[in-house]
Design a protein around this ligand. Sequence first.
Ligand SMILES: NC(=O)c1ccc[n+]([C@@H]2O[C@H](COP(=O)([O-])OP(=O)(O)OC[C@H]3O[C@@H](n4cnc5c(N)ncnc54)[C@H](O)[C@@H]3O)[C@@H](O)[C@H]2O)c1
Ligand SMILES: N[C@H](CO)Cc1c[nH]c[nH+]1
Ligand SMILES: [Zn+2]
Length: 433
Amino acid sequence: MPRFLDHASPDFEAAFAALLAAKREDSPDVDATVAAIIADVRARGDAALIELTARFDRVTLTLQTLRLRPEEVAQAADEVPDRVREALELAAARIRAYHARQIPDDAEWTDDAGATLGWRWTPVGAAGLYVPGGLATYPSSVLMNAIPAKVAGVERLAMVVPTPDGALNPAVLAAARIAGVDEIYRIGGAQAVAALAFGTDTIAPVDKITGPGNAYVAAAKRRVFGKVGIDMIAGPSEILVIADSDNDPDWIALDMLSQAEHDESAQAILVTDDAQFGRAVARAIEARLETLDRRAIAGASWRDFGAIITVPDLAVAAQLSNRVAPEHLEICVADAEAVAARITHAGAIFLGQWTPEAIGDYVGGPNHVLPTARSARFSSGLSVLDFMKRTTIARMTPAALRVIGPAAETLANSESLGAHGLSVRARLDRLND
Ligand SMILES: NC(=O)c1ccc[n+]([C@@H]2O[C@H](COP(=O)([O-])OP(=O)(O)OC[C@H]3O[C@@H](n4cnc5c(N)ncnc54)[C@H](O)[C@@H]3O)[C@@H](O)[C@H]2O)c1
Ligand SMILES: N[C@H](CO)Cc1c[nH]c[nH+]1
Ligand SMILES: [Zn+2]
């Protein structure tokens, strides 16, 4: 049974805390396995990749078949029905246009002391994109990861995708081609992450790894962080809907199920100021669940992590939403902007009843790789900035050094760092000669 919580009830705080805490953790066994896999790939390179792929994906690779040939990509992409390819192209164009606006500006100015200061942005040299295989192959996620990298100006984009029993979704390859992915390898799991981070004879190392995956992929990304950058550890999907009674309960039910169907550990929460409406949405969810292909997954998610919360007003709804810090927040009330103005923590906000979250998953333009598990309190969805770094710039003139140099010398001496102080003093003395 999903949870029904009433803000007016005396045990509300305890029930709400239990709802926030009801999340899965990675098991320590996974981390130990991943550590061994990474060490193996570092030691034996391609040979380890081939062996681990045979073990976990039941596919026999050779040095020649590790990487997909361009003709194989083109052939698979051609198998994709025209309407799917056209939808991918429309999505890609919208995602590209949205992300192009994120390209940051360089800056330079001369301050009162006469120092010229600033910063400039440059892309990472190479990025690696993990695309999950098996249960969850999402062509849309290929677009969402690859396009920001290309917009940032990343020169080399290498993609890894496991092909369990040899199976590979052609639409994933079509999306990779549309997005401009340069290299594609038939490998997955921790071994693929290790190969991207440390390189092998066949795969040159990258600087940044992005993309979702299972617990093994997540643990490997945590372990290689520092050697390379990573985007985030994406957990199970989440949606929180704030809705008043002026909505069709069936629409809200479907919006909640759209995230519940991703994962048994996904979480869908409705916050409403009308208890009767909340019960109507719960009934609509039960009815719609019966009809879904993924009813087992969505049903488990709804049963174990779903919730309907009744609040006295929309201000309280916004407060509770901020405490959840959801990955996706739908605001389906007359004045959605007024509620949105109270939101401080959410990965993505969808305003009004004509903006189902699924639009954001595919064609809206914003990225669908978003912070989960309350990490929207301190982080943001994937963007062009994730594929860029900012380098600061400083130029002193003799006059500027005269003004600010002595303070640097004083601070260096206070830290007992003689060479620091002297490197400034030597120049100041020359100016005084
Ligand atoms: N948040 C998002 O945007 C998003 C999008 C797509 C997928 N996902 C998530 O990605 C995940 C996909 O998982 P998946 O398993 O289908 O594909 P996956 O590609 O993440 O993992 C498959 C790989 O896991 C490794 N593996 C499996 N069992 C192992 C074991 N016992 N020991 C060592 N390695 C092992 C194998 O190397 C295999 O190739 C799901 O959890 C899904 O929720 C999230
Ligand atoms: N909602 C997912 C992220 O939480 C992304 C996705 C891909 N395909 C459909 N949805
Ligand atoms: Zn989705």
